[in-house]
Unconditional design. Structure first.
Lengths: 393, 296
């Protein structure tokens, strides 16, 4: 693994995430995040060479929104590119921005991920993803009770349900420290028993409380070449490496056999080529795309390459808490805020903020030298990022 | 499921795609002033000296926040471009055909897209001046401006110099009666017995009473003054050569046709002919016309 040029993240901006943003139209909402990112980086739009823009295709039922959004994105007269890869869009935008800078094509690239879910109809956009007769083994949409079922079978009903609910309450406690987060319930530990039983069931043991929100919001990140990053920023978050893995079907086609998830495959490859032997020890913070607390819990095992119940123990022992040994989603994660086209970028942005030391109230109380961030999308699509405090290459 | 070819099924699908659109705070203020004050407002970037309509929270050029810099615009503007919608779709606001135009309001630097009514499709063109007509019932949308329509002058006018073409023609036809002739004698003071006294007239070359020559000649006045060029026209010159008499009961048609442009003065020359029901040429001549110029 090597790069033509080192790429540093020098600015992050996020709009307020909410289910209600009637006060702004799409370009206006994006503009909030663009301005915050420019201010964070201490630059102006004139310093930006190229804009990459993306969201879920047709979630707002608007074709080519990047053209309209020039009003707020600052793309007037600049190189620009639109990217849409489903749930991973925000992550793929980061990959593209990294490539554009690393290749030498541009010095400063501004990436925009957004979604205004309240204006559209999510299911309308997703439902036609797979052929209704032949291809329903593809994952269409994020509502699935399958993981809950598998975990209950493997670890026992009580332990599995308690662990996933504990994960959920921890995420809410993290979100309480992040004023940008959409859902901040203020959940207390003694509510766990009640929620496990009384939260409305969606599919099997996947309940409303476990599930991510539908949010409006935009995230903006500014990527710069080593030279520019050093010029503009005291402590950039350096993009060391990233990997994209995609597998079409999320079920094993020939019966009930385990499949290698795209998460595990991505983690194995990324750690191997970056010499990471013990990810849990070597990585200081992990921002994971966790669409539900069942998935968040289960995927911890996949990303950290565990075989048994180590991931459950991590939750049971508070290791993933913001002040724990291996903090996961100090921002509150996806169950707190989910403006889909921005969601995966928010993971990378939050990991970058942790390295830069700019996460504010939800900054983890330790030095972050190495951070991991993941993006996820249907069908099984993983983008995994490794970012560092020191210049990597 | 349908079978358009014998061995391959085609599966029909249909998706409903409901969505909403957030006008935002800036867009909502724009709509509110249209709804409540019947005023169209824009946002001005002082730095770039541009007025945006519909309004934009930030200037796309310099990125300044201009969201409080409202300026009031005229409710009238100029059409900068248009299209005529002729196909029918369920989401359209009207049954086609209708005109969708870009209208640059007086005082704005950008164009607003809206519907133009009150102009024949074939006559629609860029550059025409239009005025907003507000809707009777509010929907708190841009349709609170119901449509734009051409600003009409206070009085209708005939063809202007620029609208006239060589070959354009118009006519007026009337039957000349004894009563017309008798009244014309009174108007002109010409009580010549050849027009009024049948016994006297029998001795003339015509053998019977005939109309005054100026009577059929005057039938060109409604043509030039009311049809071609029409209202507002001034006629500084008419020449006539009489060819046949007009007898009582004859039906005379007076016709004018544009034959020449007098470019230096922006006048036109028209060829005039008078014919009767026997297709005889009663008289011929020409007129010089000063076509109407648009007022105010």
């Amino acid at each position: 693994m090597n790069k033509n040029r080192n790429v540093g993240i020098i600015g992050v901006g996020q709009s307020e995430f909410s289910s209600h943003r009637e006060d702004v139209n799409q370009p206006e909402m994006i503009h909030e995040a663009v301005v915050e990112a420019l201010n964070h980086a201490g630059i102006t739009i004139d310093d930006v060479d190229c804009i990459v823009h993306g969201n879920m295709e047709l979630f707002e039922m608007i074709h080519q929104p990047d053209l309209w959004h020039v009003l707020g994105s600052g793309a007037y007269g600049k190189e620009t590119m639109r990217i849409t890869t489903g749930g991973t869009t925000g992550a793929t935008l980061c990959c593209a921005a990294d490539h554009l800078v690393a290749s030498g094509l541009h010095d400063v690239v501004l990436a925009i991920g957004f979604e205004k879910l309240q204006e559209g109809h999510t299911t309308g956009g997703i439902t036609n993803m797979a052929d209704p007769l032949w291809a329903r083994q593809l994952q269409t949409g994020a509502l699935t009770g399958m993981t809950a079922e598998q975990m209950i079978n493997e670890f026992g009903e009580d332990r599995a349900k308690r662990a996933s609910m504990k994960y959920r309450i921890m995420m809410d406690q993290h979100a309480m420290k992040n004023h940008k987060a959409h859902r901040r319930f203020g959940l207390q530990w003694d509510q766990a028993e009640d929620l496990m039983v009384n939260s409305p069931a969606l599919v099997g043991e996947l309940r409303m409380i476990h599930m991510c929100s539908q949010s409006d919001g935009a995230c903006v990140m500014i990527f710069a070449s080593e030279e520019k990053a050093k010029e503009f920023c005291k402590q950039p978050a350096w993009m060391k490496d990233h990997i994209t893995v995609h597998r079409e079907e999320s079920f094993y086609m020939f019966g009930d056999a385990p499949v290698v998830t795209s998460h595990r495959y991505a983690a194995e490859k990324l750690f191997e080529r970056n010499g990471i032997k013990n990810p849990k020890k070597e990585i200081d913070v992990f921002e994971m795309y966790d669409p539900s607390s069942w998935w968040g819990l289960d995927w911890l095992r996949e990303f950290l390459l565990f075989e048994n119940d180590e991931h459950i123990k991590m939750v049971e022992n508070d290791e993933i808490a913001i002040d724990g040994e291996f903090p996961v989603n100090p921002s509150g994660g996806v169950t707190a805020s989910n403006p889909i086209g921005a969601t995966a970028m928010v993971r990378v942005a939050e990991a970058a903020l942790q390295i830069m030391g700019d996460a504010g109230e939800h900054q983890v109380p330790k030095n972050v030298n190495q951070a991991l961030a993941s993006g996820f999308g249907g069908t099984m699509w993983t983008v995994l990022f490794l970012m560092t405090r020191d210049i990597p290459w | 499921m349908s079978t358009q070819s014998p061995d391959s099924f085609v599966i029909d699908g249909k998706l409903a795609l409901p969505y909403q659109y957030f006008a935002g705070r800036t867009g909502s203020r724009f709509l509110t002033s249209i709804r409540d004050e019947k005023k169209i407002k824009g946002l001005k970037c002082e730095k770039c000296n541009k007025v945006f309509v519909p309004p934009r929270q930030t200037c796309e050029r310099c990125f300044e926040d201009i969201s409080e810099n409202w300026v009031e615009l005229e409710n009238a503007g100029t059409v900068t471009g248009f299209t005529i919608i002729r196909y029918e779709e369920p989401h359209q606001p009207f049954k086609p055909p209708y005109i969708l135009a870009q209208i640059k309001l007086d005082g704005a630097d950008t164009s607003l897209t809206h519907i133009v009514k009150g102009v024949a499709l074939s006559q629609m063109k860029t550059g025409i001046r239009v005025q907003a007509k507000f809707a009777k019932n509010s929907t708190s949308t841009i349709m609170d401006i119901d449509h734009f329509r051409p600003i009409k002058p206070k009085f209708e006018l005939g063809y202007s110099y620029d609208e006239l073409e060589i070959g354009m023609s118009a006519s007026f036809t009337k039957t000349i009666t004894e009563s017309d002739v008798y009244q014309f004698a009174g108007i002109s003071g010409d009580f010549n017995p050849m027009h009024l006294n049948e016994e006297f007239a029998k001795m003339t070359p015509f053998g019977t009473r005939i109309a005054h020559g100026a009577l059929p000649q005057s039938l060109i006045a409604p043509v030039l003054g009311m049809k071609l060029p029409g209202l507002g026209t001034v006629i500084p010159e008419i020449t006539v050569r009489f060819r046949k008499p007009t007898y009582f009961g004859d039906t005379v048609t007076a016709t004018a046709e544009v034959v020449e442009f007098i470019e230096a003065r922006r006048w036109v020359k028209l060829e005039l002919t008078w014919t009767n029901q026997r297709d005889e040429l009663v008289a011929e001549g020409h007129a010089i016309a000063i076509p109407p110029t648009p007022m105010g």
